[in-house]
Design a binder for this molecule. Structure first.
Ligand code: PEP
Ligand code: MN
Length: 364
């Protein structure tokens, strides 16, 4: 993937004094009183740089609360004037962009249900031409890195270079714990392609419930994310959207106090221990690959043996046995069963591919 987007650092559009960017506010602006009171409480806690509010809500089913719309935008202006904090809202159409800018919203974000659709992203990009506003782009609903990157390219081509990514997790039918599977590896991959694009964690939409917010916030900080966007409502249980995942401004402050924030500078002792341990990992990874290569060599011989005796590649009983025994061995070595299972699925698939190749070749 090409990584040539010219994106400005966070510090070019917001002062956080070296701390992670903190965006907090209700899922939705519901009433003037609800939004202003929530904003005042957030400002009084002192952790936030930006107030968030959903003004237009993309809802899965019609008939749910779909946001107040334009009427809510003056509330954001009032909150900004009172608290001195910047404001942010989601935009999903060119009309939303036009209105948000008309009411001086400082930061726009593109929601997960919009990032999935290149037509919508392009329409938003077209409406942003000639505008200088920071835009945060949430990951698409489905785990597709290219779609996320494509949205960045479209908005960037429109001339926006104050950009940030929001990692809010992915829809996944197999997921049981989280509302949206974090799939951290996708965001980490994004960071390796675009190290200069700020990454902001959205534990609220990953979690779906309050009890999981802390671990997800900690994980985002452990991965060196540049900021957080967390939903906060003066009365979470009464919220018109996403009630189960919101925290009061005070509870959010208390949670943030329990988070370990990464250190900005390392001592030389720390660095040399880091280098030593990483060196050991490098060696072990090389050995791991050598073992894998030796295994493939045997697999190839096995393929030849099956071919010469006209036996099918896949024998289900054998595979079931491999599968259970490896998970057991892994468990006895204190390895996580699911990981061992996934690993051997991959190894097995590669073995089948190799053997099929051998089966279809002529004996030497
Ligand atoms: C939101 O931030 O309130 C929202 C709708 O999030 P997402 O686009 O991540 O679903
Ligand atoms: Mn929400």
């Amino acid at each position: 993937m090409k990584a040539d987007l010219n994106v400005l650092p966070l510090s070019s559009w917001i002062e956080t004094n070296g701390k992670p960017l903190m965006i907090a506010g209700p899922c939705s602006a519901e009433t003037e009183d609800q939004f202003l009171e929530t904003s005042r409480q957030i400002a009084a806690e002192g952790y936030a740089h930006v107030l968030r509010a959903g003004v237009w809500k993309p809802r899965t089913r019609p008939g749910s609360f779909e946001g107040i719309g334009e009427e809510a935008l003056p509330w954001l202006q009032k909150a900004k004037a009172e608290t001195g904090l910047k404001t942010a809202c989601e935009v999903a159409t060119p009309e939303h962009v036009e209105l948000a800018l008309k009411y001086d919203v400082d930061v726009l974000w593109i929601g997960a249900r919009t990032t999935v659709n290149p037509f919508n992203v392009q329409a938003i990009a077209d409406s942003l031409k000639g505008v200088d506003v920071p835009v945060l782009i949430k990951n698409p609903v489905n785990p597709d890195l290219a779609l996320w990157v494509g949205a960045f390219e479209r908005i960037h081509r429109a001339g926006i270079n104050k950009l940030g990514a929001i990692h809010r997790g992915f829809s996944n039918a197999q997921e049981q714990k989280y509302r949206n599977s974090p799939m951290w590896q996708i965001a980490v991959e994004f960071k390796t392609y675009f190290p200069h694009i700020p990454m902001i964690g959205d534990p609220s939409h990953m979690a779906g419930k309050r009890s999981l917010l802390k671990e997800l916030t900690q994980r985002s900080m452990d991965l060196n994310y540049d900021g957080l966007i967390i939903e906060s409502h003066r009365n979470p249980d009464e919220a018109w959207s996403d009630a189960a995942q919101q925290l009061t401004p005070k509870a959010l402050g208390e949670m943030l106090k329990e988070i370990e924030f990464r250190k900005e500078t390392y001592s030389s002792d720390f660095q040399s221990e880091l280098d030593r341990l990483r060196g050991r990992l490098d060696n072990l990874d090389r050995e791991l690959l050598e073992v894998l290569a030796a295994r493939m060599n045997i697999v190839e011989q096995l393929g030849e043996h099956k071919r010469d005796n006209n036996v099918a590649v896949l024998q289900l009983d054998r595979w079931k046995n491999v599968h259970t025994s490896r998970v057991e061995w892994g468990n006895s070595l204190n390895l996580y069963g699911e990981t061992v299972e996934e690993l051997f699925k991959l190894i097995h698939m590669e073995s089948i591919r190799k053997q099929t190749e051998v089966m279809n070749s002529q004996p030497a």
